[in-house]
Design a protein around this ligand. Structure first.
Ligand SMILES: [Zn+2]
Length: 409
């Protein structure tokens, strides 16, 4: 790799010092502050740090952090990989990640959906992985349509190789201006944001996984990769039993996306797949914490599509604790609770906690799901019989539980 110019070297070093200082003083992992300091001294730092590396950008409404982790795990087979493992997914976090791993020839960066065009322009990443787009908290469909339109503009005219989920019509539309696309049939559980054609506004007709616009030529492209229950089918039709430790269909989909990205980096399935199996939890998600014989498995759900994915993973034979907060990172408005169909929880013991437990209680009452209201997560956990319990929490509720158990990983 060529040497960074002096100013960029200095900016990068000072950024790392700021990050270390931030960690030492207990203000988080320091990746955002470190990146900000670096960018302040050298606004072109991200471009300079990205130069001479082969990068993959990963973006979606749900599954970004997990898929970034899976791809990173696979690419470590090829060499050192720079990655923003802590979910700091805006440019300051990217600067920090690349700065911390200066010599890494590869990089896998989780990118906030809104920042994807800017980060793609700046880094010139050769691979982009796009999984799904749905309403996030209070964002409505019109806003995610605008996002997809920005992706189209950003990808148009670039040599980028896009790996995209063709089961999501909006992602398909967002990706289809790219020069090269590998389509993955990654599934789509949440369909409420894609009943209309993003191209012309006409109705989308669906038959099984297939979809097509009734009024224009926009339709589902032929996938090169697919999932058949527990099996990944590669572009040559070869079948691979996934056998990953992360639970649920959404993670099998993330794994197939990761295999397709790995192949774009020249890494064949037989070398990538064993590394996907090594990943057991991602930033506390899917991990199990234990107290007094209660084994609580932690699931994060930040938006309606995320709740459906969590329901898919939660085991109906165990009780379930739901915790909903409404702080800044969660969104203050919890009206999205009405977008989620909670009736699937009928028949299992349900415990409700978090700052907005009363909002959730009302929602469950209307859905005719019996529940027990608890003042805190600790109280909810203590009410369980010894054994397994599933926990679904939104962002700050999840982080609060994690820190109560010593930053469970
Ligand atoms: Zn159409």
């Amino acid at each position: 790799m060529t040497q960074l110019p002096l100013r960029a070297q200095l900016a990068s070093a000072l950024g790392r010092s700021a990050a270390t200082l931030s960690r030492m003083t207990g203000r988080g992992d320091g990746s955002v502050i470190g990146g900000r300091v670096g960018l302040l001294l050298e606004p072109d730092l991200l471009r300079k740090l990205a130069r001479d590396r082969k990068l993959a950008l990963v973006s979606a409404t749900n599954g970004k952090t997990t898929t970034t982790r899976l791809i990173t795990s696979a690419l470590l087979e090829l060499g050192e990989v720079a990655t923003n493992a802590f979910g700091a997914n805006m440019p300051a976090g990217h600067v920090s990640a690349l700065s911390e791993q200066k010599g890494a020839p590869y990089g896998v960066l989780e990118v906030d959906e809104k920042y994807l065009p800017e980060v793609l322009d700046t880094t010139g990443a050769s691979v982009v992985c796009l999984m799904n787009l749905s309403r996030d908290q209070m964002d409505r469909a019109a806003e995610i349509w605008l996002l997809a339109q920005k992706w189209r503009r950003a990808l148009s005219g670039k040599p980028t190789h896009v790996i995209a989920n063709c089961d999501d019509p909006l992602v398909t539309w967002g990706a289809s201006t790219a020069a090269k696309v590998t389509w993955v049939a990654g599934g789509q559980r949440w369909k409420e944001d894609s009943w209309c054609c993003p191209e012309c506004g006409g109705p989308l007709d669906r038959k099984d996984a297939d979809w097509a616009c009734r009024e224009c030529t926009f339709h589902r492209p032929e996938p090169q990769w697919a999932i058949d229950d527990e099996v990944a089918v590669d572009p040559r039709g070869q079948r691979w039993h996934l056998d990953i430790q992360l639970p649920g269909l959404a993670n099998r989909s993330n794994a197939v996306m990761a295999l397709a990205v790995a192949e774009a980096f020249g890494l064949p399935v037989e070398r990538a797949l064993p590394h996907l199996r090594e990943v057991t939890s991602v930033a506390g998600r899917y991990t199990t914490v234990e107290r007094d014989g209660r084994h609580a498995r932690l699931l994060l759900a930040k938006n309606p599509a995320g709740w459906l994915e969590a329901f898919d993973v939660a085991d109906p034979q165990f009780p379930i604790i739901l915790s909903v907060n409404a702080q800044g990172p969660d969104g203050r408005d919890t009206s999205w609770l009405w977008d989620v169909d909670y009736r699937i929880l009928r028949g299992r013991p349900v415990f409700v906690t978090g700052q907005r437990r009363l909002d959730l209680a009302l929602r469950l009452d209307v859905a005719e799901v019996p529940f027990t209201l608890c003042d805190s997560f600790t109280e909810a956990l203590a009410m369980q019989p010894p054994g397994r319990v599933d926990v679904i929490a939104n962002y700050t509720a999840f982080q609060a539980i994690r820190s109560e158990f010593g930053r469970a990983v």
